[in-house]
Write a protein of this length. Structure first.
Length: 229
């Protein structure tokens, strides 16, 4: 079995060298990128198993790079940064990251987070495709086509749509959706969910896909324009 490949994205050469040495010594294949644009190109070309992505890079930020990478990459992304505020963590997770490591960190902690992320990734069931006369969703590749035209969703919008697709035919409460995407402390803040769904209603108009929500079995609209939240 081939060693997992990790893409390290950081604008500081010394950090790239240290991480390459450490990760290679622990059985990983390592590829390097010095900025967000190069990282996007490496993902498309090399198909890594996991990405370590620095937040604070010149030019394209790590957050912007993460959002763009997430359009086609389904593996784990761990953000690496010196920032430790709650808002910084929220921005990283909302951009599509799976985990968040604050500098300075020990290599033991980083390796443990990598192992955990790869375990979660390898244990996930194959993601389904959703097909209807008007809607096509490739959940694994995070691609949505409506009436044959590609639609670009924000990471949050796609994650909500993915859950609705994978759980179609099963009742989902507002509280379950809110806690899944906004955290355990946000189960009663229905406005967060309403904003996402209303944005999708604005895009879709009258066409909806029958996906169950709460006891009302509400019909969740499918986005059809290129606007993002």
């Amino acid at each position: 079995m081939a060693d997992p490949t990790i893409l390290v994205v950081d604008d500081e050469p010394q950090i790239r060298r240290v991480l390459r040495t450490t990760l290679s010594g622990n059985g990983y294949d390592v590829i390097l990128a010095k900025d967000g644009q190069e990282a996007i190109e490496m993902v498309m070309r090399e198909h890594p198993a996991l990405i370590l992505l620095d937040v604070n890079m010149p030019g394209m930020s790590g957050l912007e790079a993460c959002s763009k990478i997430r359009l086609s990459f389904t593996g784990p992304i761990i953000m690496v940064t010196v920032r430790n505020s709650e808002q910084d963590k929220i921005l990283s997770l909302d951009s599509g990251a799976d985990d968040y490591v604050v500098k300075p960190f020990t290599m033991g902690e980083l390796l443990a987070r990598i192992r955990a992320a790869l375990r979660r990734s390898s244990s996930e069931e194959p993601l389904p495709k959703f097909e209807s006369p008007q809607l096509s969703v490739d959940v694994k590749r995070r691609i949505v086509d409506v009436r044959g035209q590609r639609v670009h969703l924000s990471p949050k919008e796609f994650d909500v749509l993915r859950l609705l697709i994978t759980q179609q035919g099963k009742p989902l409460t507002h509280k379950k959706l809110l806690q899944t995407f906004w955290g355990q402390d946000h189960g009663e803040e229905t406005e967060n969910l309403r904003v996402v769904i209303n944005q999708e209603e604005d895009r879709e108009g009258s066409n909806t896909t029958a996906l169950h929500l709460d006891r009302t079995m509400a019909r969740i609209p499918v986005p059809t324009s290129n606007r993002c939240l």
